[in-house]
Write a protein that binds this ligand. Structure first.
Ligand code: CA
Length: 233
């Protein structure tokens, strides 16, 4: 059971979502505008936000940006709800750090499955916050800041270590350059995103046989593979 904030200006759709999410055992908070959504997100600290892209006051992308810029709400996963054909906005959604998107009209069943998957992933990650990570040929000691590839220790800078862990912790999800800049470098994305490319390139070189665990997602950013077997041999 989770607390889910639905930001949707279409009344009928809001009701359908409310009904089905409640039926699935979730607590539902409803907002009809972007402004209301932001206020309720701060007030209720939801576990997940379903965010419509086209809202009457503030656009969904702006709401997403605001939530991801705020340390109190940054970790809350956001699923963008877009109308068919809003191709650019899909990418923008990822650029802004949305976890997933779903295209209208969608089946409620599909939406519920996506929501469950994201919530499960979140719970798994909060359990696995410390200690030693073993992933394929890669071994990372979070506390000692040490990394081994196929049993051989490699030297990473503090920044490369943070970049590796950030990608690993969100594995199987695309991380935009802007989001990485913000989370790893701790700055807003107004310095060149090429910085990210340079560091990922260097990190991959050092990772040697584990290099393919980090994939380039053309035009968007990077993704740590979901399982070690997915990486190119
Ligand atoms: Ca709308």
């Amino acid at each position: 059971m989770a607390k889910i904030l639905v930001v949707e200006d279409e009344r009928d759709l809001r009701q359908v979502l409310e009904f089905n999410l409640r039926h699935a055992g979730h607590q539902v908070i409803l907002a009809a505008t972007g402004g209301e959504g932001l206020a309720l997100a701060h007030e209720h600290a939801p576990d997940l936000v379903l965010l419509d892209l086209m809202l009457p006051d503030i656009s969904g992308t702006e709401v997403c940006r605001t939530l991801k810029d705020d340390t109190r709400t940054r970790a809350v996963p956001i699923v963008m709800v877009t109308a068919r054909g809003e191709e650019i906005d899909r990418v923008v959604g990822f650029e802004l750090g949305a976890e997933d998107y779903i295209v209208k009209p969608f089946s409620v069943r599909e939406l519920l499955l996506r929501v469950q998957a994201i919530l499960r992933r979140g719970r798994r990650e909060s359990r696995a916050g410390t200690g030693v990570v073993e992933f394929g040929v890669l071994r990372v000691d979070r506390e000692a800041h040490r990394v081994w590839v196929a049993g051989v220790e490699i030297e990473l800078t503090a920044l490369e270590f943070k970049l590796l862990l950030t990608l690993y912790e969100r594995r199987d999800r695309v991380q935009s350059r802007a989001a990485l800049l913000d989370d790893v470098w701790g700055i807003q994305a107004d310095i060149t995103t090429r910085t990210v490319d340079t560091h990922v390139k260097r990190l991959r070189e050092k990772l040697d046989s584990a290099r393919d665990y980090i994939e380039t997602v053309r035009g968007v950013g990077y993704r740590f593979v979901g399982t070690a077997g997915e990486a190119a041999p």
